[in-house]
Write a new protein. Structure first.
Length: 420
């Protein structure tokens, strides 16, 4: 599709959360065999911009890669994977965030995966569909596979690989942090959603519920994941309260991995004003070391936008604080070998622990009630149809109701036996 036509379509679409997710509920295309390729298509600044296609059994996605001019094969550099929002492309994400410029200045590589419109008619990442919320499945496997391909193709520091995204891309960045916590050292969520969240169109999970679900999905790969999030107070697509839900999700999952790993109340709060005159508030939630493990930026006047982004793109607030710079500064402060820890494997979902008060009796030897003595070994209970003469039980002559107790005990034992 010609670039000008793409831009016209983007400008004409005023996407509400209802339309965005409703139109996103479509099945994915079938996967193809695993291949990858890349070709140089342009030069951005003084670095190199390339395009390619990555494929695995879950499907194929095109991507762009920016390599700074300072890169030298054999010298490891960080990697940032940047995920675009609905109705956007990899190139739009490049322009919106200006990550290429920062990569050139700070010496890291950026990969921009692009959603296929056949997988979602609004070009949204399918963060809300179960098959795209699991490790080794759907879009998470494609994005992770592309990340691993970049790690092997370039000299990438595996301890300093990060993922960030905007809007639907922010929601998918959250999913990637949950499903591949061993691959991404830290994540950035711009105007996105919590794990399993659906914005404004469906009942919300609480942050605690999202965190519990996230921890379960991590399984044996669970670790404490550092997170930075941005949100506008005038956002009509993603509810501003979702930022709180995201923070609570990661507080919950991090502390389930390692108790006390992150503060559950604000460690510090600071207010500021951007060069463009926009006010904002930054709230930090520290780990035991005293450094922020979760960082939350709130811009009261901002709508659904990338703060400090390029005015050349639709979802941008150029006057706001520099989201790109703040996100990378936070991400770069964390590495896989210095932040977080590995927790114990999560029990399989759907297999609850039996209640302690209801132990399972042995199959072949039911336990009789405590109030009735156990018959001597070798003396089976008499048949129900044969009354027991009182004289056969010394000490209990003529005790009324004894046969009823024996009948009741027999029925109880039969009921217990029938359970097995």
């Amino acid at each position: 599709m010609p670039h000008r036509l793409q831009r016209a379509l983007r400008t004409a679409r005023s996407v509400s959360a209802r339309r965005l997710v409703a139109l996103s509920l479509v099945p994915l295309c079938a996967g193809v065999v695993a291949v990858s390729g890349q070709s140089t298509v342009a030069h951005a600044g003084t670095g190199t911009l390339s395009s390619g296609t990555y494929s695995n059994s879950a499907g194929s996605r095109t991507y762009l890669t920016y390599v700074p001019s300072t890169y030298h094969q054999g010298t490891q550099v960080p990697l940032v994977v940047a995920l675009h929002g609905c109705t956007e492309t990899a190139d739009v994400m490049r322009q919106l965030t200006a990550l290429d410029n920062l990569a050139e200045a700070d010496d890291f590589i950026v990969v921009y995966p692009q959603q296929d419109s056949n997988a979602n008619p609004m070009s949204c990442w399918n963060w809300f569909q179960n098959q795209h919320m699991q490790r080794g499945s759907g879009e998470p496997s494609i994005i992770a596979g592309l990340t691993q391909w970049a790690q092997s193709h370039y000299s990438i520091d595996p301890n300093r690989t990060y993922v960030l995204g905007f809007s639907a891309g922010g929601a998918m960045a959250d999913v990637m942090g949950v499903t591949y916590p061993d691959l991404y050292a830290a994540i950035g969520i711009g105007s996105g959603l919590d794990y399993g969240g659906s914005g404004m169109i469906a009942p919300q999970l609480t942050g605690t519920q999202s965190g519990q679900n996230a921890h379960a999905a991590m399984g044996s790969y669970a670790r404490v994941v550092p997170v930075i999030t941005f949100q506008g107070g005038q956002d009509k697509i993603v509810a501003p309260s979702d930022q709180t839900t995201i923070v609570e999700q990661w507080q919950t999952s991090d502390n389930l991995v390692q108790s006390g790993s992150v503060a559950t109340s604000a460690s510090s709060t600071r207010n500021g004003t951007s060069a463009g005159g926009v006010s904002y508030t930054v709230t930090d939630y520290n780990g035991p070391s005293g450094n922020p493990l979760i960082e939350s930026w709130y811009i009261p006047s901002m709508s659904h936008a990338w703060s400090g982004g390029c005015s050349c793109e639709q979802y941008s607030d150029p006057s706001g604080p520099d989201e790109t710079g703040a996100m990378y500064a936070f991400l770069a402060g964390h590495s896989l070998n210095s932040s977080g820890g590995t927790g114990q494997p999560t029990p399989p979902v759907g297999l609850p622990t039996p209640p302690v008060s209801l132990p399972t009796p042995p199959v072949s030897v039911p336990t009789p009630p405590v109030s009735l003595p156990t018959p001597p070994v070798g003396l089976p209970l008499p048949p129900v149809s044969l009354p027991v003469p009182p004289v056969s039980l010394p000490g209990l002559p003529g005790l009324p109701g004894l046969q009823s107790l024996i009948d009741l005990l027999t029925r109880i034992l039969q009921e217990i036996t029938s359970l097995f």
